[in-house]
Write a new protein. Structure first.
Length: 465
């Protein structure tokens, strides 16, 4: 009996000696994460105002490209005694006249006119042909319908460079009284030609959707954090078009969700087939963008591990170093798992609530404490690590300022607001006034931060293809 007692004492003494000269180990129970579920969060809808400006000169250029050569032809002389052909003689000029589009169309006309009767089956006709030129003046109202600039054109005047005339018995006789009735015949045709040309040249839907598709491609805001900004459109609004000086203007608005995601480049959520343009009477002048920053726990763990790199916690000869950090969600709290090496080896678990300090622009963990099983095991094996000042030091490393991220995000957005051209002929300019943090929301898969951006964006369309 004495030998057994002596042997046990020897082993106990050896164990105590070893505990004094080497690291201790801990194997605390892991607080299991909540069951995985779809990533759902309360995404605040954003509204971005997009005032569109189209130079009247561009309408002129496009109209001239589409309206060329022969613009009207009537070769049937039997119905009204006229054959008429109208050509565009020179480039059309378009300008603003009291809020309406004034179009001057230089034209060349060929008119064949038939005089006489057909009696008793005998044709008694005298046919004359005339060539002359002049300028047609047309005035158009403009409106915006289903992505397209629509004009309603009216022919106001026709000024001949020289009065149409014919020589009869050696005398030059004006025949305006014969030609002017013909004007009524091709008047509606010229008006329709102008309306069709303006309509085709100003069908801006392909350009706007192509530009919007480019804007909706997620772009990397920070390579250090692998953060991506993604715009997910919901629908678009527009006011009616108005002519101001030499520019056609109308307001467009984009209702969308704006997200910031970490990790690999996300997929675009743009679908041009689902974009509907809805008419409204007016829209606000400023951006009201609510950006959702989605940080998965895996990505947050990676960033937090960087924050702990090279730091030691403890005092005197009892110190630990954090080798790795893992974060997850449990019952409304954040669980922070720290892999330790040094005077204590193993994993310990902390629990707390993420909060945001508006003044310091920091995310921190309120009421951070050791998980229950971790705390009880530390009290038995490493009481020094449970002391308040060690926990406070760890908590300080769990505090993360997002002010640099807000500023970095702003600086990364600015290049897209300084004459940025997603496609030829479309230019984006704007200002960001301020970026403010709103709130934090926890899900089973990620930490969701909500940020509000205020500012102004302008889109100029110049040189439409």
């Amino acid at each position: 009996m004495y030998k057994i007692f002596y042997t046990v004492c020897c082993f106990a003494l050896i164990g105590m000696a070893l505990s004094c000269t080497s690291s201790q180990k801990i194997a605390a129970l892991k607080p299991e994460p909540d069951e995985a579920s779809p990533l759902l969060y309360d995404n605040a809808v954003s509204f971005i105002n997009l005032p569109i400006k189209i130079k009247l000169k561009e309408v002129e250029n496009q109209t001239n490209k589409l309206l060329t050569g022969l613009i009207y032809e009537d070769t049937n002389i039997e119905d009204d005694d006229y054959e008429i052909k109208i050509w565009k003689l020179a480039p059309i000029s378009i300008q603003n006249e009291k809020g309406k589009i004034k179009t001057i169309l230089p034209l060349k006309a060929f008119v064949k006119y038939r005089l006489g009767t057909n009696r008793f089956g005998i044709s008694l006709y005298n046919t004359r042909e005339f060539n002359f030129n002049g300028n047609v003046t047309l005035v158009s109202d403009v409106s915006l319908t289903n992505w397209q600039l629509i004009s309603s054109t009216e022919l106001k005047s026709l000024d001949w460079n020289e009065s149409p005339s014919v020589t009869i018995l050696g005398k030059v006789v004006p025949i305006t009284y014969l030609i002017n009735p013909a004007i009524r015949i091709f008047k509606s045709r010229i008006e329709k030609s102008i309306d069709d040309a303006i309509g085709k040249s100003m069908d801006f839907k392909p350009n706007v959707l192509e530009a919007l598709e480019k804007v909706c491609i997620p772009f990397e805001m920070s390579s250090n954090y692998q953060s991506w900004l993604r715009v997910a459109p919901i629908e678009m609004y527009t006011t009616n078009a108005a002519l101001q000086k030499e520019i056609i203007t109308f307001q467009m608005g984009l209702k969308c969700n704006i997200e910031t995601l970490l990790g690999q480049k996300p997929l675009s959520k743009f679908d041009r087939n689902k974009m509907v343009l809805k008419p409204v009477s007016k829209m606000p002048q400023h951006i009201n963008a609510n950006i959702v920053a989605v940080s998965t726990y895996e990505d947050a763990s990676r960033i937090m591990t960087k924050n702990f790199h090279g730091q030691e916690f403890g005092s005197g000869s009892k110190k630990v170093t954090v080798q790795n950090v893992a974060i997850w969600h449990k019952d409304g709290k954040m669980i922070i798992a720290l892999d330790l090496s040094g005077s204590l080896n193993g994993k310990i678990y902390l629990a707390g609530f993420p909060q945001y300090n508006q003044q310091s622009k920091e995310i921190y963990f309120d009421r951070l404490d050791y998980a229950i099983d971790t705390k009880s095991r530390l009290l038995r094996s490493a009481n020094w690590l449970v002391q308040g000042y060690v926990l406070r030091k760890i908590q300080e490393s769990c505090r993360y300022s997002i002010q640099p991220n807000l500023e970095e995000g702003k600086q990364n957005i600015l290049p897209y607001l300084k004459n940025y051209s997603p496609i030829p002929g479309v230019f984006v300019n704007g200002v960001i006034e301020n970026i403010e943090f709103q709130k934090i929301q926890l899900t089973n898969k990620a930490i969701i931060a909500f940020i509000q951006v205020n500012g102004e964006v302008n889109i100029t369309v110049d040189g439409l293809r």
